[in-house]
Design a protein around this ligand. Sequence first.
Ligand code: ZN
Length: 260
Amino acid sequence: MKLVLALALCLTLTSAAFAPQLPPRPQPGQPAVTAAHRGPTDEDEAPPAGASAYGPYDEVWRVHTLRKDIALTFDDGPYPFYTPLLLHVLDRSNVHATFFVVGRSAQSFPELVMRIVADGDELGNHTFNHIALTKLSDREIQRQIALDGSLLRRLGGEPVSLFRPPHGRFNLHVVVIARALGYRTIFWSDSANDVKDIPPSLIVHRVLATASPGGIILLHSGEYRTIEALPTIIDGLRARGYRFVTVSQLLDEAPDLPDR
Ligand SMILES: [Zn+2]
């Protein structure tokens, strides 16, 4: 029955070009995805060992590119205190980043979302209520993504095509529903674990130590220490020859991006 409902949901969501193949939900004790590609249990976890550029569900962990390009991503918010500071640092450094924005915060502070866009930065969908989607029904997953998407489209003026699940929690249902709604699911290759109470110097060290071409760096919008660390991160990566791009720009330069 659930399979029928899931298929019915996806058929209503997707275009003819995309044929969803949702398996039934896993039984208790059965992993939703293979162990090698299971999603991190929290946003501040490292990606799974050996994470490839594209996972089994076409989700993105990094991008294959010969260029020394790298993408900064900021999750959560927008926040009235932190987001303007963050935008100021990025603007001063002439860096564009990708912001995965939560709908309930965007609704409270729409002017900050519009400022992100006005600054030339990119918006990504991070759901409306920031609930772990693996706990929700297919219908609720769809609603969480669609609500944030329509809000961001209205505020930003154009559709958003990138999606990151809250806490990095995902399974096939999450990725397939996101894709049916027009999103590519984006994770990260490097995390500074900046949601912990750690000094800026450690955030800098973690980012610089793990950065690589085509990398996607996970940081958080609501952390003052991250904002303190950001100028040194930017200078350090530039000194190593990196160029900052948005996630969409990174995806555009991937020579072997699988067909969608
Ligand atoms: Zn988040």
